[in-house]
Design a binder for this molecule. Structure first.
Ligand code: MAN
Length: 569
């Protein structure tokens, strides 16, 4: 390989006393740029062999400013092998030795604190190693003290953590015993509740059945009264002509009630008796039927059927109102007697509601579109949740329960609230057990040293956001000048490479628009306090935090080695 000539080397050859060809003077008694640990390979009494063993040469070719070895090892003290990635060793006596790229040798800039990289005389470098070394040693000492105190705290954290975990285990055992008792108690009270509810339900059912019977009776009476009113000739048969005589049956509003219309009202037959009317027709008829004297003023009088006799205009003398009026004490027998003291109010006549189970009865209020059943169900649920079950099956208008039933309801209510209280207690114990188990399941370090951080949050504020790290829980970000908090992730796992307890990983934060879910990586460093010291977003929606904590401080011996990793001087 042709030797490369460097002008700087030529200049040096002229400026400095020659030692062999262009070799720069030794430094610290060894060839310039050679570390003490490599001295044995640079023995000037022998030929030099490239460190990769590729070739040997007379020793005066070492540091002659010509690159001979493919690994650049013959030029440790000159820039001749820069292109091969050669390194220059600064001894830096009084401070830490260091390697710099060979290209920086004699480049006019002082790189080594001892100035050994600038020897061609162009510039003079002051030796600042002593001063820098003293500062560095002071910093090392400070760090060691931090490590020492931190480790002391870590030991305390471990003790606290172990005690806390033990306390949790003891509490868990207590709670598990409590849960068994609470379950037994809830079961016992549930039985009592069921026992109290059985007679309550029975009594309520009896009451309800009587109420239903009364309603049926009332409806029958209303139907019969209506029949009597429509049956103008009182022959116990309702005819087409009698229907035609009533303007409210003008379904198509043509001005009169046609024969077909009337027949339709009678269910397709020319005549109907009271029974059929009450059981099959009344429900439909009641929608339009108008009590005598309550006709719409504008309704035209029905024309007499052709060739037939005009129906009588006089309504029958005594027609009980279809609703309400018929339930006066003493007016009916059987079911009505179940509620003898019930007071009824005089009400204007309204078509009676369809019997239970029928479709929703349109009250003419077009915007009233809620679903009755759904509403009732919500109400029922609400009552139940309020532990107010006694009201849930009281129908509107239904008379009060009798005293005996009310007493049964009271007893059942008390049984229900006792049971629900016991059930709540049981659920609370269960929740506490789950909570404890979750805490006990977290890996709090080999010696529980991270336990004192559990449940604590630490903030760091930069120009835009306040970041919050809640140990073993979540990391979040909140804009400094208002706006809502964004989840950057919840506790995921320990994720260090050499030491898994050196990095925390938080995952599954809020989804990043058009990207992944946000996530946070927390690098832990030894410190005397617990502090979030930096936050960054190196990639969009991936956050990187630095957190100092005593929980990762090493024992002083290991810390000393790590901090004081001096090379030889
Ligand atoms: C918010 C913050 C930022 C993030 C963007 C992504 O502004 O969470 O940290 O980079 O959303 O859209």
């Amino acid at each position: 390989m042709d030797k490369v000539c460097f002008c700087a080397a030529l200049a040096l050859a002229l400026a400095l006393p020659s030692q062999g060809s262009f070799s720069p003077p030794d430094f610290n008694g060894r060839p310039r740029g050679v570390a003490k640990s490599k001295m044995q390979f640079y023995d000037s009494s022998k030929p030099f062999t490239c460190l990769d063993g590729s070739r040997s040469m007379p020793f005066d070719q070492v540091n002659d400013d010509f690159c001979d070895c493919p690994d650049g090892s013959d030029e440790p003290g000159t820039p001749a092998c820069s292109s091969l990635g050669g390194k220059f060793h600064c001894a830096n006596k009084g401070h830490k030795p260091a390697y710099i790229p060979a290209s920086r040798v004699n480049d006019g800039i002082c790189d080594c604190c001892d100035g050994s990289d600038e020897y061609d005389g162009r510039i003079q470098c002051a030796d600042s190693c002593k001063e820098l070394g003293a500062k560095a040693r002071e910093e090392t000492k400070r760090l060691l003290e931090v490590q020492e105190r931190g480790y002391q705290l870590r030991t305390e954290y471990s003790q606290q953590g172990a005690a806390k975990q033990e306390e949790r285990r003891t509490e868990l055992a207590t709670l598990e015993a409590q849960l068994k008792d609470a379950e037994t108690e809830a079961e016992r009270l549930q039985k009592l509740k069921e026992e109290a509810e059985a007679p309550e339900t029975e009594a309520k059912d009896v009451h309800k059945a009587a109420w239903d019977a009364q309603k049926t009776e009332e409806q029958r009476e209303q139907a019969e009264a209506t029949f009597r009113d429509l049956d103008a000739d009182s022959d116990a048969a309702l005819t087409i002509a009698e229907i035609q005589a009533r303007p409210e049956f003008d379904k198509d509003q043509s001005g009169d009630v046609s024969e077909e219309e009337a027949k339709e009202w009678l269910g397709g037959e020319p005549t109907r008796d009271m029974d059929y009317f009450a059981s099959d027709l009344w429900k439909t008829v009641s929608d339009v039927y108008q009590k005598p004297g309550s006709y719409e003023p504008t309704a035209p009088p029905p024309p007499p059927p052709e060739g037939g006799e005009a129906p009588p205009v006089e309504p029958p003398a005594e027609v009980p109102a279809p609703e309400g009026d018929s339930n006066k004490a003493g007016e009916s027998d059987n079911a009505v007697d179940h509620f003898p003291e019930q007071e009824e109010e005089e009400e204007p006549f309204m078509p009676p509601p369809p019997p239970a189970g029928d479709e929703y009865h349109d009250d003419g209020d077009d915007d009233d579109d809620y679903d009755d059943d759904e509403y009732d169900e919500i109400e029922r649920q609400k009552y139940h949740n309020m532990n107010n079950a006694k009201e849930e099956d009281v129908e509107e208008g239904m008379p009060e329960y009798d005293e005996a039933t009310q007493e049964l309801i009271k007893v059942a209510d008390a049984a229900r609230s006792s049971y629900e209280e016991a059930d709540r207690k049981k659920d609370e114990v269960k929740r506490n057990i789950d909570d404890l188990n979750r805490k006990l399941d977290v890996d709090l370090g080999p010696n529980n040293e991270f336990q004192p951080l559990q449940g604590n949050c630490y903030d760091f504020t930069d120009r835009e956001y306040t970041y919050s790290l809640c140990a073993f829980d979540r990391v979040s970000q909140k804009p400094k000048h208002g706006g809502s908090e964004t989840s950057l992730g919840t506790w995921g796992k320990w994720d260090g490479t050499d030491n898994k307890y050196s990095v925390m990983k938080f995952e599954n934060g809020l989804n990043c628009w058009n990207g992944p879910n946000r996530s946070g990586t927390v690098k832990l460093r030894c410190g005397e306090t617990n502090e979030l010291v930096s936050a960054a977003e190196p990639n969009r929606c991936e956050y990187l935090f630095e957190f100092i904590t005593p929980a990762v401080c090493e024992p002083p011996s290991a810390a000393g080695q790590a901090v004081d990793s001096h090379d030889e001087l």
